[in-house]
Each structure stands twice: as C-alpha cells, then as structure tokens.
Design a protein around this ligand. Structure first.
Ligand code: FAD
Length: 486
C-alpha cells in the first residue's frame, strides 16, 4: 500500500495551490489523486462554447504566479493554458495519480492515519487535503422521461466537441452562469434555440477588454500586474458593503444599472423584458456579467420559456411543456449546475468514533473556517462550507485557507504530535457566528432560492463578509481551538 504524509484529493486550482504550498514549505512526501484522466479541474473540464471566467484574470490567478493574459476576463482555453503552465512549472504531474477516484476515507484510530479507498488501490496518509471542488459534480434534474430522449444530451460540464450544432434544434435547460455563456455562443449556429429558464438572473454589463500588445508587455512587470490586481481586488471587495449592509447601495450601484442594461439591450421587446426581469433582490443569486445574453434572447431563432411554461416531460423526440407545447429537438444541453450544497464532498468520510461527515452535516454542511470538522483529525477541506464568494476570486479564498492548513500541520510536527482536531466548541462558535452574520446578507434575505442555500435554508456556500476578514482569521491560527493527539 502506498503511504504518504499528505494526500491531496483533486488537481484543480485548490489541489495545485495545496501542492505548491507544500513544496514551498519543503514538504515532498505527498501525492495528488485525480479521478479524471487529465489534471486541472474546472478549466480543463468545462470546455462548452463561451466558457470564460467572471472575475478579472489578474485577480483570478495565483498571487505567486502572474500571467501574460490576453484579455481582462480570460476565456476557457487561456485558463486551461494557465492551469497547465502552473502544473508543469511546479512539476505536479509527477506527483499525481490520474484515473484514481476516491471512494471512501476512513480514520484508523490506532495508527492515527487516514485510509483512502479508491477505485484502483488503497492509500494511507497522515493528513488529507480535500480539494475535490464545490462545482465539480454536475447536477441533472430528474425530469419525467429524461432517459427516453433519443437525440444527443450533454451537460455544460461535459460538452461533446464532436457534436455538430449547425442547423440543429437545441434546448438549453437552465439560466445560470453557464447557460448565460453558452446561449450567445451557439445561437447563431443552431437552427432553433429553446431556453428553459426557471428563474431569471440579474445580468450586468461585462467590462471585458482585450489587452493590447503594449498593455501585455506592461503586465509582464510584476509591480504593474500587482497594481492591477490590488485595484481589482479592492473595487470588487467594496461590493460586500452593499451585499451585506445596504439595500440602498445595492439599488443605486447594481439594480438601477441592471435594469438599464435590460432596457437598453431589449429595446422594443417588452415581452422579453418582462420575462428576464427578476423579482428578487439583486445579488441574492450570483449576478451574471454578459453583454451578449439579452441580444441572443432577441434573435429570431431563439425562444425563451419561463416559469409559466416549464418542462412537463422529456420524450423520445424532445420536450413537452406544462402548456402542452411540443418542442422537437436534436440536442438537450443541461446547464443545470452542480451538486453544490448538501453534498459538498461526494464520497463517504468516516472519522473518529465511526462518525460520518454526512451525519455531522445532516442538518447542513458546516466547518471551522470552512475547513475542519470535530472528529475528523488531520482532514482539511478546501473550498468547504461557507468559503464561497460571489463577488471576487475563489483563488483568493483557497490561498487564504492554505495559511490555516499549513499552520495546523506545523503545529502537529512542532509538538511531536500525530494529529490535530478542531474542538466541537470552536467549530460550533464559528458556525454560529457565520450564520448570525449571514442573516444580514442579501443571500439570506433577498427573497430568492439559490444553490447558495442548503435544503435546510442555511446559506452554506457563501462567506458572509469581506475576504480580507476571512484571510485575517485564517492567518490567526488558534491552538486553543484545537486538540493535539499524540
Ligand atoms: C463553469 C465554471 C465557472 C466558474 N467561474 C468562476 C469564476 O468566474 N470565478 C470564480 O472565482 N470561480 C469560478 N468558478 C468556481 C471554481 O470552482 C473555482 O474558481 C475553482 O476553480 C475551484 O477549484 P477546485 O480545485 O476547488 O475545484 P475543481 O477545479 O472543480 O477541481 C476539483 C478536482 O477534483 C477532482 N475530484 C473530484 N472528486 C474526486 C474524487 N472523488 N477523487 C479524485 N478526484 C476528484 C475533479 O475531477 C477535479 O479535477 C467556476 C466554476 C465553474 C464550474
């Protein structure tokens, strides 16, 4: 059985960040387990037409690895290039087992180690850094007759590049961030585009910009890159004031602009304006940045179905709506998101005292700093409960979490201990604090349902505050909140 000090699960930006930080600390005794036959996570997997980042690239990149981006909001192919550049630069391929799906983790109480069951072999390690990704396992709603459709079907997460869209009748189910990117990207190619929207999202102008040769040259200078990064960070961070503290600011700086964006993009289309205007507070669901979505809805070959006429059934040849309309189709695209809330981790984890993570999370997922759980020693979850952010870069939070994880590992080594475990009291205090802060946010009181919420109604995807507050907490390692196990 292969044994390591640390096993990192997943090779997306989370897994890469963990691995690079370990290498920088001189820790070599680790490996990465990746279920797919390639490394890289999100940006190597999501290759649907129009896929791109929604956060300015100089910020949506590792702080320690600037890049010569060609545009402000990089498209998927450039993000894939960046991902592979990072993986190659730090020689992470040689640390990785591909095609290795983690199926179960088990804490061995006598050895004080984790046993990692995969579909290939079993591994053992002292520490686990789980970076299996919050948006990694696609979600398919269970429509009546779903499997009977004889045409082509795929999820945006699993796009078939060999399917020729030209002249085809297509349905896109969903209206979230991926749908908003794929719809304008394919509308001109297909014969007919039918979009099934359950709830409209608020959409704002996307301030994209192709960098000139000169600007790219400037970006190669580290101090200029950092300046752009800092400017972007602080301008995005200021949005938290509105999300958390001020409906008035949300109205002035977001809603009014979004309403203007709708009216300007859909002039003379009162029918569409009504269909795309949300009835909940802006910010409650992720705000979409797009200059092309509304014009795509207005195209002659495009038809927008709303809550008033939903999918009743999927048949061999297409979709029948609740009003009895029969929509013949060649392709159904599921832009229906991810299993993101109640099953943050898709495999069972059995900790001390035979405790399952699933049982601990039976009401809602929770964790100290969104990272550690009582009864699960030496287990760290990257992008765990309440570490998500809607306004800035997820990579910032991942890098912040690494401070806490490295300090925890260091505490074990320095004290000649074998394991570290957050106390139940500290976790409970943290989680109570998170959810009392959450009450103030638009995600909780914005009158919408979203994937940010768990079935229990708790908002478990988002951190209810500034990311610099999170960073400060993650850097301030408190040994008193933990038990060391010798
Ligand atoms: C389409 C899309 C657009 C996004 N846009 C943005 C954006 O604009 N801004 C932003 O901040 N964030 C965005 N995100 C969120 C994104 O998830 C994070 O930014 C970041 O990429 C997360 O990295 P990760 O390593 O945690 O997860 P991932 O990149 O999802 O990587 C997880 C990896 O773990 C592997 N894995 C999962 N389960 C197992 C298992 N059981 N065994 C072994 N391996 C496993 C997966 O195969 C995958 O490679 C987007 C996500 C998606 C899907």
């Amino acid at each position: 059985m292969k044994s390591y000090k640390i096993i990192v699960i997943g090779s997306g930006f989370g897994g890469q960040c963990a691995a690079i930080n370990l290498l920088k600390k001189g820790i070599n005794d680790f490996c990465i387990l990746e279920r797919r036959n390639f490394m890289g996570g999100t940006w190597c997997q999501n290759s649907y037409p129009g896929a791109a980042v929604d956060v300015q690239s100089p910020l949506y990149s590792f702080s320690f690895e600037p890049y010569n981006w060609s545009q402000m909001f990089a498209a998927q192919d450039e993000l894939e290039e960046y991902t592979n550049f990072v993986i190659d630069k730090y020689k992470l391929r040689e640390k990785t087992f591909l095609n290795t799906n983690v199926e179960k983790l088990e804490w061995l109480k006598d050895e004080k180690k984790w046993l990692i069951h995969t579909d290939k072999e079993t591994f053992k390690s002292q520490f686990i850094i789980n970076s299996s990704g919050p948006l990694s396992t696609p979600f398919y709603p269970n429509f009546k007759g779903k499997d009977s459709f004889k045409g082509e079907t795929f999820h945006t997460n699993n796009w078939n590049p060999n399917f020729n869209l030209k002249g085809k009748k297509v349905a896109v189910i969903g209206s979230g961030a991926s749908a908003a990117q794929v719809i304008p990207a394919i509308v001109d190619e297909v014969k007919e585009l039918n979009v099934f929207q359950r709830t409209p999202h608020w959409v704002m102008h996307r301030p994209d910009k192709i960098f000139t040769k000169f600007q790219r040259k400037l970006l190669k200078r580290r101090w200029i890159y950092n300046l752009v990064r800092y400017y972007t960070y602080w301008s995005l961070e200021s949005r938290v004031i509105a999300f958390k503290y001020s409906d008035f600011l949300l109205k002035i700086f977001a809603k009014n602009k979004a309403v203007k964006h709708i009216n300007k993009s859909l002039k003379n289309r009162a029918d569409l304006i009504e269909k795309v205007t949300p009835d909940y507070t802006i910010g409650c669901k992720r705000i979409i940045l797009s200059n092309t979505l509304y014009p795509a809805f207005a195209k002659e070959n495009s038809h927008l179905f709303t809550r008033e006429e939903q999918i009743a059934e999927i048949t061999e040849t297409g979709i029948i709506t609740t009003k009895g309309t029969k929509v013949d189709l060649d392709l159904i695209v599921y832009a229906t998101g991810y299993d993101a809330t109640d099953s943050v981790i898709s495999y069972p984890i059995i900790g001390k005292n035979n405790m399952f993570v699933g049982s601990f999370w039976s009401e809602f997922p929770r964790a100290y700093l969104g990272t550690t759980l009582p009864n699960f020693p030496n287990l760290f979850i990257l992008t765990g409960p309440n570490t998500g952010i809607g306004h800035t870069s997820a990579i910032f939070v991942i890098e912040s979490q690494m401070h806490y994880i490295l300090d925890s590992i260091n505490a074990v080594d320095k004290n000649n201990a074998q394991a570290i475990e957050v106390t139940a009291r500290a976790e409970d205090k943290y989680t109570t604090f998170i959810h009392s802060e959450m009450e103030k946010t638009v995600w909780k009181r914005g009158n919408c349902t979203s994937w940010y919420q768990s079935k229990s109604g708790h908002v478990i995807a988002m951190f209810p505050g500034f990311t610099f507050t999170y960073l400060k907490m993650a850097k301030n390692f408190k040994i008193k909140d933990h038990n060391l196990i010798k």
